[in-house]
Design a protein around this ligand. Structure first.
Ligand code: PMP
Ligand code: GLN
Length: 407
């Protein structure tokens, strides 16, 4: 009786304490969640969050269904199922000539997002510095902050490459490195710009990483979505770089299975081990029945991979033409789902966030304001990202709507 009354009294106090850790103050809701919710609420065409609107290869889907039906439904081995680890090692050899021991140098993760979190949380100490290029995929800054580390951003600006590609200032890159640079994080092909880092750029980054004894983490989730004229060069293939490079990729973009969340890392055992040490306490293991299915995908013939890029290139061309016609200054991507535009010819105030919030109502299109991908949001205030990974008829519909912006 007494004990019950006492318990009631104690639990009656409301929670006053701020629940969110200071490390995540200001991160709020991801732009993808916000903009996809806006697309659903308004019925707009969603060219914001990057996900395809068609299914991937039948063999891959069937393999997942077969796995579920044949009892592959319990915890898989921590590092990933052997079939997938072998398929990842085979893929790295087949496409890039890289050799990895599938037992010690490959780890399966819950998407590239967890691979990034595992690598950053597993390797960084408080106060360590990370050289990153801005704009950057939104989870980079959040994971660096969670690790208590400090981002040293280097700006990618359009119009630097010979055909208007995004590039960086080499002096700014050098100045970002110091004795505290534990890690440099490179995303190529790059989201949101569609840039493919050139061999010369990667050599420059690699030389700085060597000079400052930094680890290189590369995010290559768009490795198979590269258009004619560009070549994807994995950092790990550059002479001397394999020993200090951890490579991240994922099945989501390559097999149109963004919802399956099967990713992986490959690289030298000490870097994979550090990532695994964090990963085992984040999710422990990753989607059992999807792993053998992604293994099937990675073993598909070359024609699948070249067809994937060619199909997307046709969609890129259609979307880019529509964006140009609509009146934007458009930066043609060399790879990925994404095209970035400067909105100022149509919106002189250059407020990309406001522009994206108003587009669903104005013309029924959702896009992503690039400012969220920048450490210094001013750098990307006037830029907006559109995704082309949709059926051609959807892109055509979107292009018609975009033309209304200037009418
Ligand atoms: N890195 C980049 C550059 C991305 O664009 C994305 C989004 N797909 C990810 C990582 C996350 O990949 P996943 O969905 O496999 O977690
Ligand atoms: N990578 C995709 C994009 O940039 C989706 C990311 C997400 O939803 N977290 O649009």
């Amino acid at each position: 009786m007494l004990a019950g009354a006492y318990a009631l009294h104690v639990t009656a106090a409301p929670l006053v304490r701020q629940p969110l850790t200071d490390k995540l103050a200001g991160f709020g809701t991801t732009i993808f969640a916000e903009m996809s919710a806006l697309a659903v609420a308004t019925g707009a065409i969603n060219l914001g969050q990057g996900f395809p609107d068609t299914d991937g290869p039948r063999e891959v889907l069937d393999a997942a269904v077969d796995a579920i039906r044949s009892g592959v439904n319990q915890y898989p081995p921590g590092p990933g199922t052997p079939a997938l680890r072998h398929a990842i090692a085979d893929h790295q050899r087949r496409f890039y000539g890289l050799e990895h021991d599938p037992d010690r140098e490959v780890l399966v993760t819950t998407g590239a997002t967890e691979a990034l979190a595992g690598a950053l949380l597993g390797m960084l100490d408080t106060g360590d510095e990370v050289v990153v290029f801005e704009p950057m995929y939104d989870s980079y800054q959040a994971c660096i902050a969670l690790a208590g580390a400090v981002a040293r951003p280097v700006v990618l600006r359009p119009g630097v490459g010979p055909e208007g590609q995004y590039g960086y200032d080499p002096d700014e890159l050098r100045a970002a490195f110091s004795a505290r640079t534990k890690l440099v994080l490179v995303n190529t092909p790059h989201n949101p710009t569609g840039k493919v880092f050139t061999r010369a750029e990667l050599i420059e980054i690699g030389e700085l990483a060597s000079e400052f004894d930094s680890i290189v983490v590369t995010d290559e989730v768009y490795e198979h979505l590269v258009f004619s004229g560009a070549e994807h060069v994995p950092m790990a293939t550059l002479p001397g770089m394999a020993d200090r490079t951890l490579t991240i990729s994922s099945g989501g973009k390559t097999f149109n299975t963004t919802g399956w969340k099967i990713g992986w890392v490959s690289g030298p055992a000490p870097l994979v081990d550090a990532t695994k040490t964090a990963k085992q306490f984040l999710t422990y293991v990753s989607g059992a029945p999807f792993q053998p299915a992604i293994a099937v995908g990675l073993g598909l013939p070359d024609a699948f991979f070249t067809g994937l890029a060619a199909d997307l290139e046709a969609k890129r061309d259609r979307l880019v033409a529509g964006l140009v016609t609509a009146g934007f200054t458009t930066f043609t991507p060399e790879a990925t789902y994404f095209t970035t535009v400067d909105i100022r010819p149509l919106a002189p105030d250059g407020d990309g966030y406001a522009f994206c919030r108003s587009m669903p109502e104005r013309i029924g299109i959702v896009a992503i304001p690039n400012q969220v991908f920048y450490a210094n949001q001013e750098h990307g205030r006037h830029l907006v990202r559109f995704a082309c990974c949709k059926r051609l008829e959807v892109i055509d519909d979107a292009v018609e709507r975009l033309a209304r912006l200037s009418s």
